[in-house]
Design a protein around this ligand. Structure first.
Ligand code: NAD
Ligand code: AKB
Length: 308
């Protein structure tokens, strides 16, 4: 078996920078090549890669002897609505290039991050099961549902070992996300830390599934490490940790910053949030490959308050 050598696309993003660090702890810095379209002069093993440039992607994968790709580059739910065609192009064509290169060069495994944005108004909102109708209202959701279908297709037709999870909203302290509908759950900590009032773009009672980044990264690596016979689903596995509303998050943060104030001013992202589900049933991931989360609302808030 060849030595593991990983390429991460979108490595400068909210998940990418945390995941790249964890992968490097496990495999070594020079076994994990970070790529993105944003410059990163501080990264010792970084290459510029626009995922729409399939020729360059193939070249990097060949030159660096890459055996696995974690494909994080994407345009997210809120940002995607400003330019649907660009979002479709980046989110879909970048992924098809990864799958085609995996087929041509015989990569060991590839990872596709799906999302709760694959769900829509025809999906059950409470304890959303693994296999449900998926009719999303955003182009981001449409591109991710299609990505999941491609995962299934490339696995059953070509045997590509593609693995995927549907991340909930991810909460991390390492960066301030932009372009997502769940971003409020990170922005709010930065406002609290600066002693500023937070203007929340979602309504007080909007419940969404969420997860602390440490859990998301641990789950991702656990899925990629799992024996192949344990992977029963090639579309995105449902993954859950906690579900809360802006009001509940605010109340928990107030335990740490008693003077912290919030004002609710829902904008167009409210409609997106309302089209998603509230609580996810992730029992298949727990059963198939042993997924388990560590952080609930209280533990996550304590970590964020300490580290932001
Ligand atoms: P992000 O927006 O923080 O980062 C995306 C990165 O992709 C950015 O660094 C950007 O520069 C890069 N990128 C954009 N277009 C590119 C292109 N053409 N070529 C190369 N790079 C490009 O996103 P994130 O929050 O880190 O999400 C990573 C992945 O996880 C995405 O696929 C997203 O859909 C998925 N996801 C994220 C969340 C979340 O809450 N963060 C939840 C569900 C799923
Ligand atoms: C977004 O809000 O677009 C992302 C996601 C849940 O996919 N955070």
């Amino acid at each position: 078996m060849s030595e593991t050598r990983i390429l991460v696309t979108g490595a400068n993003g909210q998940i990418g920078n945390v995941l790249t660090n964890e992968l490097r702890k496990k495999f070594g810095t020079y076994h994990v090549l970070a790529t993105d379209i944003q410059k990163n002069a501080n990264d010792p093993h970084y290459e510029f890669l626009d995922i729409l440039n399939a020729v360059r992607m193939r070249e990097l994968i060949g030159d660096f002897g890459i055996t696995q790709v974690y494909h994080l580059a994407a345009i997210l739910s809120a940002g995607g609505e400003y330019n649907p065609m660009k979002t479709w192009n980046v989110n879909l064509n970048g992924w098809i290039s990864v799958l085609e290169i995996a087929r041509e060069l015989g990569l060991d495994k590839v990872f596709f991050p799906s999302t709760i944005a694959v769900f829509g108004k025809t999906t059950p909102r409470e304890l959303t099961p693994q296999h449900v109708p998926m009719q999303p209202d955003t182009i981001y959701g449409v591109s991710k549902v299609t990505g999941e279908l491609l995962n299934h297709y490339y696995f059953q037709k070509y045997g590509i070992d593609v693995r995927s999870v549907r991340y909930p909203g991810i909460i991390s302290y390492q960066s301030v996300p932009a372009g997502g509908t769940t971003d409020y759950a990170v922005e709010i900590f930065h406002a609290a830390k600066k002693g500023e009032k937070y203007e929340c773009f979602l309504a007080e009672n909007t419940r969404l599934p969420m997860m602390y980044a440490d859990d998301a990264i641990a789950g991702t690596i656990q899925l990629m490490d799992a024996p192949v016979e344990n992977i029963k689903c090639r579309m995105g596995y449902n993954l859950a940790a906690m579900s809360f509303t802006p009001g509940e998050l605010y109340a928990e943060i107030k335990n740490h910053y008693p003077d912290f104030e919030i004002e609710y001013k829902p904008d167009f992202r409210q409609k997106i949030a309302e089209s998603w589900t509230e609580v996810i049933d992730d029992s298949e991931a727990r059963k198939d490959w042993g997924w388990n989360h560590r952080f609930d609302l209280k533990a996550m808030v304590a970590e964020m308050v300490e580290n932001v």
